[in-house]
Design a protein. Structure first.
Length: 202
């Protein structure tokens, strides 16, 4: 199903297979730091680097972001509100999960979909302690851009970071986030010692 949704959503938003899509998911409010992300993306020369922003929220802030995004043309996509159970399909369509501001438990969902992660080093900075991504200091656009460019330019690294068994990552969070952990198991499934998720084998 991973491949089916990847193809379907990328077709919907006219993303080529050669495009490298970052994805952010969460409530769109200023503390999420999305203006920093848009600014960093605008400085990346590779035009195949695209951004999918999944979610709804503060309407004034959304309009501000869309204004900033105009200079990027079709490199930035705003999906609007997406039902919780459908967010995983957008993760399947993307190549890298990215959170430039206040951390979100949706990072765990991206991990479960085997996406490499770029995130600011705040509450949940330990989530990239499995060789599965990068973190940067708050508001450090230079470092954010460096991490983005590194993953855009290196498909082998993206794959290596993405195949870290998600089951091990989620297990370490079970005590801290029991409800979210149960949701991840139920939604994505987990298989011990799986370097490749079952859905990726189909």
């Amino acid at each position: 199903m991973h491949a089916v949704w990847r193809k379907k959503i990328r077709k919907k938003f006219k993303l080529k297979e050669s495009d490298v899509a970052f994805v952010f998911s969460g409530t769109i409010v200023r503390r999420k730091g999305l203006e920093l992300l848009i600014d960093a993306l605008s400085e990346i020369k590779d035009k195949n680097a695209k951004l999918i922003i999944v979610g709804g929220g503060d309407q004034a802030y959304m309009e501000e972001l869309k204004g900033l995004g105009k200079k990027l043309g079709n490199r930035i996509i705003f999906t609007g509100f997406v039902k919780k159970n459908d967010v995983k399909d957008y993760f399947s369509a993307a190549d890298i999960g990215i959170w430039p501001g206040n951390n979100s438990v949706s990072i765990m969902e991206a991990m479960a979909c085997k996406l490499p992660i770029i995130m600011v080093d705040l509450q949940l900075g330990h989530l990239v302690g499995y060789s599965n991504g990068f973190k940067f200091r708050e508001n450090d656009k230079k470092r954010l851009k460096t991490h983005m460019e590194r993953l855009v330019e290196n498909p082998k690294l993206r794959k290596e970071m993405g195949i870290t068994p998600s089951i091990k990552q989620i297990d370490t969070l079970a005590a801290e986030w029991p409800a979210q952990t149960n949701y991840l198991y139920a939604t994505y499934g987990g298989y011990e010692n799986d370097d490749i998720a079952k859905s990726d084998k189909e």
